[in-house]
Design a protein around this ligand. Structure first.
Ligand code: LLP
Length: 424
């Protein structure tokens, strides 16, 4: 399902003209499609239906309250990595009893809040954390549900900065230690072993790493049971691919095909933590051209969205399609190839760093001051990673549903920039 389509020479989000939104709300502006969010959530749920999975939408991908509320109402649960994300889930009115909580550095305060919220389980990443959870649970007089986050030493063949399941990454505990760790949980009256967790990295465009992980998970569960440990959950994390360029990411059903047989054999409940694949292509970032210039033999398009808004190109050299909202040249199929009627340009923002570049040597039609551009696949790891660098207020966010659009985060003001500061 395509949420954003060109019709009559203009970009639409569902049935709303994106240009109209840019005019009404200004730029930079994040626009999301409700239908696409629900479509992708349901695609995963349906693909894994046989296992009746608990799908814990990964809040870090896009944590806007309205998006959490929408997914919660559609039956999603949530994967959180901080007290702040748990707070958001609660503020969105979602049920915290199906929340899973990962992260290598949970504080006592965060552990306490999670126990008080009665979450489904902690994905525990170190022995020290087991001790800390046990101590807080003892204080509260409860038993804490835990899953062991195991590092399976699988190369997910993704970006070095987002690979998490290789030996030597900071996440989880060595998979070989599962029996010893399970014994530690069993011996502790304030801990209850619910299952095991693995997350390999993000985004993962092939199924092999998932197949290898599911197989290892099945084997670990069997070994734990042979040792007398009740282990009823396998959580395989998130990381499903997203098509940034064309259709390079396989559908959820392709991942399901390799994962489900092992879950069936392990006779376990399945949890998943997809983020990017649900919200990535449900959102775009709209910007407006401020100037164009030709210097040093290069053409630059300077527009009002920058690395403080969408940091992915600067941080990971990520590719995002960019095209005018009302183009004179129809959108191409291949954004990386030479395009007739276009010229190669650098699309840059106003931030004072050469790395503030959303696209390099990208073929684009001639652009003029005031024109609107759309940066696609910006729904995941966009707003959540944005900052106020260069004292730039963050843009607004709008959620489209059919013919309707509503503001789900107002644009920040200069007063917002200094609200937490004090003159000494
Ligand atoms: N579960 C755990 C434990 C994770 O660490 C992550 C992502 C997810 C689930 C969700 O993965 P997803 O389904 O969204 O791929 N900022 C980077 C991505 C960092 C991902 C961190 N962990 C980017 O912009 O590409």
């Amino acid at each position: 399902m395509e949420a954003f389509q060109y019709r009559d020479g203009e970009l639409y989000c569902e049935n709303v003209s994106v240009k109209r939104l840019a005019e009404e709300y200004g730029t930079p502006l994040w626009v999301y499609s409700q239908a696409k969010l629900l479509h992708e959530f349901k695609a995963i749920r349906d693909a894994f239906a046989e296992a009746d999975p608990v799908i814990c939408y990964s809040v870090k991908a896009n944590s806007n309250l309205s998006i959490l509320e929408l997914l919660g109402q559609a039956g999603s649960s949530f994967d959180v990595v901080s007290g702040g994300e748990l707070y958001r889930v609660q503020q969105a009115g979602a049920d915290p009893t199906k929340v899973v909580f990962a992260g290598v550095g949970k504080t006592d305060g965060e552990i306490r809040a999670a126990l008080e919220a009665n979450i489904l389980m902690f994905n525990v990443e170190s022995e020290g954390e087991l001790d800390a959870i046990s101590a807080v649970a003892a204080e509260l007089g409860c038993v804490a549900p835990v899953a062991l986050r195991l590092n399976p030493d699988i190369d997910a063949k993704t970006h070095a900065k987002t690979t998490t399941g290789k030996r030597g990454n900071k996440f989880g505990m060595d998979i070989e230690r599962h029996n010893e760790l399970a014994a530690k949980v069993l011996a502790d009256p304030h801990l209850e072993l619910r299952g095991i967790h693995m997350h390999l990295g993000s985004p993962i465009l092939t199924t092999d790493p998932y197949e290898a992980a599911a197989k290892k998970a099945r084997d670990v569960v069997r070994q734990l049971r042979a040792e007398g440990h009740e282990t009823n959950w396998i959580n395989l994390g998130g990381g499903f691919g997203l098509s940034y360029k064309g259709d390079e990411a396989p559908p959820a059903s392709t991942y399901a095909e390799v994962i489900l047989p092992y879950v069936r054999e392990a006779e376990c409940r399945l949890a998943l933590e997809p983020g990017r694949s649900i919200c990535g292509n449900a959102g775009v970032l709209l910007s407006q051209v401020i100037f164009t210039k030709h210097e040093g033999g290069k053409q630059f398009v300077i527009q009002d969205a920058a690395m403080n808004d969408l940091v992915r190109p600067a941080m990971y050299d990520s590719f995002h399609r960019i095209w005018p909202v009302a183009p004179r040249v129809p959108a191409p199929v291949d954004y990386e190839a030479e395009i007739a009627g276009c010229q190669p340009v650098d699309v840059v923002g106003p931030v004072c760093e050469s790395g503030d570049c959303l696209a390099k040597n990208r073929w684009l039609p001639e652009l003029h001051r005031g024109e609107y551009l759309s940066t696609f696949s910006a729904g995941a790891y966009g707003t959540v990673m944005s900052s106020n660098y260069n004292s730039r207020p963050r843009g607004a966010e709008v959620l489209v549903d059919g013919e309707n659009a509503r503001l789900i985060r107002r644009r920040e003001t200069y007063d917002d920039l200094i609200a937490a500061e004090r003159l000494a």
